[in-house]
Design a protein around this ligand. Structure first.
Ligand SMILES: Cc1ncc(COP(=O)(O)O)c(C=O)c1O
Length: 317
């Protein structure tokens, strides 16, 4: 388990490629003070050819840029330019192992004549992207999850379709609570007491042989991995449904697993001190995990155009 990300040497920062360790921001950066930023987590993996493939780059960039528009952050890039920047950044960093990309679009500084405050107009925006080498960082035997005492804020309080930096204080408190209690992650309920999501992942259960995940329309991020897993489940002929879940569903499930760009498809072997099923990864989650891993590594035909190939320099391959 390579738990610590290794920061790549080159970052994209406010319009240029720079030394990632030397890049800096003013202490007055508004996104830092008010949480007015949006970010993405994107992964790229080595193909058997030695090149890298970014997984669902267009979908991640669409979510990032839609979130930036919501917060009136001027990133200075189009989707096309952002794609070129990501590809060039991966080439310049030259990682040949699993890679994690972290684009961050944020509010920067008050423009002349703007009154101070938490407003979104009259504030400049910026885009930075760092790249790290990051493999599978989850416990190989599976996750032990707490049901958090923190509730997921409603979409009427903070938009849920974007990864808004300020909103992650909720996720941070939930993960902190879980780790302090000796768990690996937390599953949060929404204000109705229904399952929302884990701290950085969506939740799936297998109940009476049926794969179930809460609908994308609730108070949760509609994850790209969630969508991928539902699509792959259909390919594999696995019966599936989008339906609300409560704590009892988690405690009585035959299988529970989490999905996210960072964690991939991660089995949960224990919820709130009770074993899930036999207390080990189950067959449905394992089949989906293997199919997902093959998909992101280009070992299945890319019929949906999910992979963006980055040709690395000959010397690196
Ligand atoms: C709160 C939250 N939910 C779900 C997810 C999973 O989303 P995705 O599969 O798009 O990475 C993430 C991670 O990005 C997240 O931060």
């Amino acid at each position: 388990m390579s738990a610590t990300p290794e920061l790549g040497p080159v970052a994209y920062h406010r319009g240029e490629f720079v030394d990632a360790r030397a890049a800096h921001l003013p202490l007055t950066t508004q996104g830092l003070h008010y949480g007015t930023g949006v970010f993405e987590g994107i992964r790229a993996h080595p193909l058997d050819s030695g090149d890298l493939a970014v997984f669902r780059l267009g979908d991640h960039l669409d979510r990032l840029l839609a979130g930036a528009r919501l917060l009136r952050v001027d990133t200075g890039v189009t989707r096309e330019l952002a794609t070129e920047i990501v590809v060039e950044l991966l080439r310049r960093n030259g990682f040949t192992a699993d890679v994690y990309l972290r684009p961050l679009a944020y509010k920067l500084g008050l423009q002349p004549g703007t009154r101070p405050g938490v407003g979104l107009t009259g504030v400049s925006g910026a885009l930075s992207i760092v790249v790290s080498r990051l493999g599978d960082y989850q416990p190989p035997a599976g996750l032990r999850c707490l049901i958090s005492s923190w509730r997921r804020p409603a979409r009427s309080a903070i938009p849920v379709r974007a990864k808004i930096t300020g909103g992650y204080v909720n996720n941070a408190l939930a993960l902190d609570e879980a780790r302090c209690a000796g768990f690996d992650d937390a599953i949060l309920l929404d204000e109705r007491g229904l399952v929302a999501e884990a701290t950085t992942a969506n939740v799936f259960v297998v109940r009476d042989g049926l794969l179930v995940t809460p609908p994308a329309t609730g108070d949760r991020l509609p994850g790209i991995t969630r969508d991928t897993v539902l699509t792959l489940a259909a390919d594999l002929g696995i019966d599936r449904v989008e339906a609300e879940l409560d704590s009892t569903d988690l405690l009585q499930a035959e299988e529970v697993f989490l999905t996210g760009t960072g964690c991939g498809v991660s089995p949960v072997i224990e919820v709130a001190g009770r074993p899930v099923g036999a207390g080990e990864p189950g067959p449905v989650g394992t089949a989906l995990r293997e199919t997902y891993d093959q998909t992101i590594r280009g070992r299945r035909p890319d019929t949906r155009g999910w992979l963006t190939t980055v040709a690395l320099a000959e010397a690196l391959r």
